[in-house]
Design a binder for this molecule. Structure first.
Ligand SMILES: CCCCCCCC/C=C\CCCCCCC/C=C/C(=O)SCCNC(=O)CCNC(=O)[C@H](O)C(C)(C)COP(=O)(O)OP(=O)(O)OC[C@H]1O[C@@H](n2cnc3c(N)ncnc32)[C@H](O)[C@@H]1OP(=O)(O)O
Ligand SMILES: Cc1cc2nc3c(=O)[nH]c(=O)nc-3n(C[C@H](O)[C@H](O)[C@H](O)COP(=O)(O)OP(=O)(O)OC[C@H]3O[C@@H](n4cnc5c(N)ncnc54)[C@H](O)[C@@H]3O)c2cc1C
Length: 664
């Protein structure tokens, strides 16, 4: 029935102030107001329609993305939107596009690695979109190992230029988004060579295409790398290939904040650490953590609403069948994902703070927190994107057969989301970076250097190696200090075990390779501890609204106890808890799921997503699923005609032949 809220009875069950929770989710009343306004603006404009994406061929799909990007910019200018509003509007357009790389990587790379002079020259051009840029780091043969890049950038003192060259096939730039067809410029990473000396990888601003006719400049070969996973999905993006044949750029197009080359060809390093060349990745990894909460909450919103609509079995005495959300197994799969979405939101908020703090310190030449920022962004990017990818797929399964339909919104969400496990650093490679940080922290404990930030607990390692949980009854697990104690002890013990095993190797690098699986597990345990502790920290804040804080406490406990249950082997084998305590945690989880149940719809409504943004019939706000699924089926191009193309040509003759054979 059109106009009827089929989920109203669920909404009436909520025991908390949903509007207040919306503010907590958005981060502030201001952020909620802006995101609400921008999402409605996009949803109400037919130019941003996206329900036909899965049906479009690559060329049509891509052209459509270009149209939307140009139209979005036109609206941003017409409506005089602020940077914050414009960025929100682009995110609600919800279609991967070259603009993501322009705003998300090209502009930040210039901002982070350019000198004042370079900022003055390039930023206005990029900000007004008079040029369009991408981030060209990865090569056909080299992605994770940035130091292994082959592209050469050789200084020619005669002309005061750099000569960029792709010496081998494997040195071809491969993957950069926006590069394939649209970008006019790129920040290109290559090995800087002066006077025959290789100074390692540096970034350079390079013009790729003419601003007059958009043709590649001399010496440049550029194109798209081809279709990617899933129909529609990430194929709106022109991931590209790029080769240089001795292309010349002026010397002042080297990004020179970290180091520079003088007119005479002398290589001069500034006082900032070399790792700042990797700064753009740190920035983007931080944004990816917040985006994880957005992607996961979308999937959870769809699966939760549909689980309340869907009924199976249990019809007794003329009553309808049971809502599948009432099955304990459904709750045990769904509610930890709901809790994870909130957990990632808050750890994302904290990571943004950490990043901003590091940036402020860098301005004052304080580089002390850079290793912590690198380890946290790398580890949390890895943890949250892996969990979100798995979570989206779990949500698809939670929706049964209908989840497999494109109109559920889940296949496309998965296909667009899953490469986050690879881009901006493969998730295993990044966890190994965290492990290095942990091993270094442990190795420095004896020197009296006090660990700070997220590794501060390592300073209590002796106590944590001995500690025993004092949980005696299920409710004791609601105590944040019981949870923190267990997670800290597990993380510390896993790291210490790795460090002890590493010390048995005469060659530490060999040991690191041999023990890398254990190191990855230790890094994961450390990252889970960060998520749990930042959720607990969030709850120390003043959170207004009836029942809001109480529900967040429930979700925090679910996040922690679900992981304790899932990784029980870790907690038991390291002796942090007993098997009895493990089973009490499980008892507590069941009770927590029951507390979430009446509030489940309210908790996903608090994400404040429009139907346009969700693009899911199963996740419709009004729960009017069946009539809309039925209606949608008839829109499929296969249903344009009763008899499909190809039937007369192939199937009718085949049928006839088979009938003839049968009569013989
Ligand atoms: C339904 C439809 C839904 C639609 C939704 C639509 C919404 C839009 C969706 C999507 C939009 C997408 C927008 C985003 C697009 C992203 C595109 C992706 C871009 C990319 O992938 S860019 C390329 C990224 N590449 C990588 O990440 C490479 C990974 N590798 C590395 O980072 C490094 O090589 C390394 C860290 C693995 C190793 O480096 P290296 O060998 O130099 O280092 P080590 O020797 O190990 O360490 C040396 C030293 O440096 C420290 N270090 C390393 N990295 C950093 C750093 N980044 N910052 C600071 N410090 C660093 C390291 O710890 C060592 O320190 P110590 O010496 O030990 O102290
Ligand atoms: C959709 C998408 C968009 C992208 N956009 C851009 C872009 O805009 N700009 C850009 O420059 N790049 C981009 N990339 C490239 C991306 O950054 C790389 O693919 C990523 O960094 C992973 O590197 P790789 O492909 O070399 O993987 P590999 O390193 O080859 O990984 C292959 C396997 O080897 C394993 N492995 C590698 N090294 C180690 C190790 N040391 N120890 C243990 N295991 C290891 C990995 O875990 C993985 O299982 C994009 C990629 C994708 C998929």
């Amino acid at each position: 029935m059109e106009g009827v809220d089929h989920l109203a009875f669920e909404r009436n069950k909520a025991q908390f102030d949903v509007d207040a929770m919306k503010i907590v989710w958005a981060g502030s009343s201001h952020a909620l107001e802006v995101s609400d306004r921008m999402s409605r603006l996009v949803a109400s404009d037919p130019a941003f329609r996206k329900d036909n994406r899965a049906m479009l061929g690559r060329k049509e799909l891509f052209k459509n993305t270009l149209r939307k990007a140009a139209y979005a910019l036109k609206r941003i200018i017409e409506l005089r939107l602020s940077e914050e509003e414009a960025s929100m509007l682009r995110s609600f357009v919800d279609e991967p596009a070259f603009t993501d790389l322009h705003w998300g990587m090209f502009v930040p790379a210039i901002k982070g690695q350019g000198t004042e002079e370079q900022l003055k020259k390039w930023l206005p051009l990029a900000q007004k979109m008079q040029i369009i840029g991408c981030y060209a780091q990865t090569e056909l043969g080299h992605g994770s190992n940035v130091q292994g890049l082959e592209t050469t950038v050789t200084f020619d003192p005669k002309t005061d230029e750099f000569v960029i060259h792709s010496p081998t096939l494997t040195s071809s730039k491969w993957w950069p988004g926006g590069l394939g067809k649209i970008s006019t410029h790129a920040v290109v990473y290559g090995r800087l060579i002066t006077d025959g000396q290789d100074h390692g990888v540096h970034g350079f601003i390079v013009q790729l295409r003419s601003l007059d006719d958009h043709l590649p400049l001399p010496g440049i070969t550029v194109g798209d790398i081809g279709m990617k996973f899933g129909n529609g999905a990430y194929n709106t993006m022109d991931n590209g290939v790029l080769r240089f044949d001795h292309v010349r750029i002026p010397r002042d197009q080297m990004l020179m904040r970290v180091s520079r080359v003088t007119r005479e060809g002398k290589y001069v390093q500034s006082n900032v650490p070399r790792q700042l060349v990797y700064g753009t990745m740190v920035y983007v990894r931080q944004t990816i953590v917040s985006d994880a909460s957005t992607a996961l909450s979308r999937a959870v919103c769809i699966a939760t609403r549909y689980s309340a609509v869907r009924r199976q079995f249990g019809a007794t005495g003329g009553n309808p069948e049971s809502q599948v959300i009432d099955y304990k197994t459904q709750q045990a799969r769904l509610f930890p994902l709901l809790a994870s979405a909130y957990a990632f939101r808050f750890v994302g908020e904290w990571l943004k703070w950490l990043y901003t703090d590091v940036m402020t310190r860098l301005q004052a030449n304080d580089f002390s927190t850079l290793p912590e920022a690198h380890a946290c962004t790398a580890g949390l990017k890895s943890l949250t994107t892996s969990a979100t990818s798995d979570g989206i797929e779990e949500c698809r399964k939670l929706c049964g057969g209908h989840g497999y339909l494109c109109s559920s919104g889940l296949p496309e969400l998965f296909a667009v989301y899953v490469p986050t496990c690879t881009y901006e650093g493969d998730n295993i490679v990044l966890l190994l970076q965290v492990a290095r940080h942990l091993m270094k922290t442990i190795s420095q404990l004896g020197s009296g250097k006090k660990p700070v930030g997220t590794v501060a607990y390592m300073g209590r390692v002796e106590q944590l190696m001995e500690s025993r949980s004092d949980v005696q009854k299920a409710e004791d697990w609601l105590n944040p200090s019981a949870v923190l104690g267990a997670f800290e002890a597990r993380a510390a013990r896993k790291s210490v075990a790795c460090a002890k095993n590493l010390s048995k190797f005469s060659n530490p690098e060999e040991g690191f390779l041999e023990l890398s699986n254990d190191l990855v597990e230790a890094a994961r345990a450390h990252c889970q501890l960060i998520v749990v502790s930042k959720f607990i920290d969030k709850l120390q804040q003043d959170i207004p609204g009836k029942g809001v804080k109480q529900l967040l406490e429930v979700l925090c406990s679910i996040y922690a106890l679900f992981h304790l249950h899932k990784h029980l082997g870790d907690f038991l084998s390291t002796g942090c808890i007993t098997s009895k305590q493990g089973s009490l945690a499980n008892d507590q989880l069941r009770s927590l799921y029951s507390q979430v149940r009446p509030n489940a719809i309210g908790l996903v409504d608090a994400f404040n997503y429009t139907d346009h943004y969700l693009s899911s019939i199963l996740g419709r706000y009004d729960g009017n699923v069946y009539p809309k699924l039925y209606e949608e089926a008839w829109k499929d191009p296969l249903n344009d005609s009763v008899i499909p193309d190809g039937f007369q040509e192939y199937i009718r003759p085949m049928l006839k032949q088979q009938l003839r054979n049968a009569r013989l």
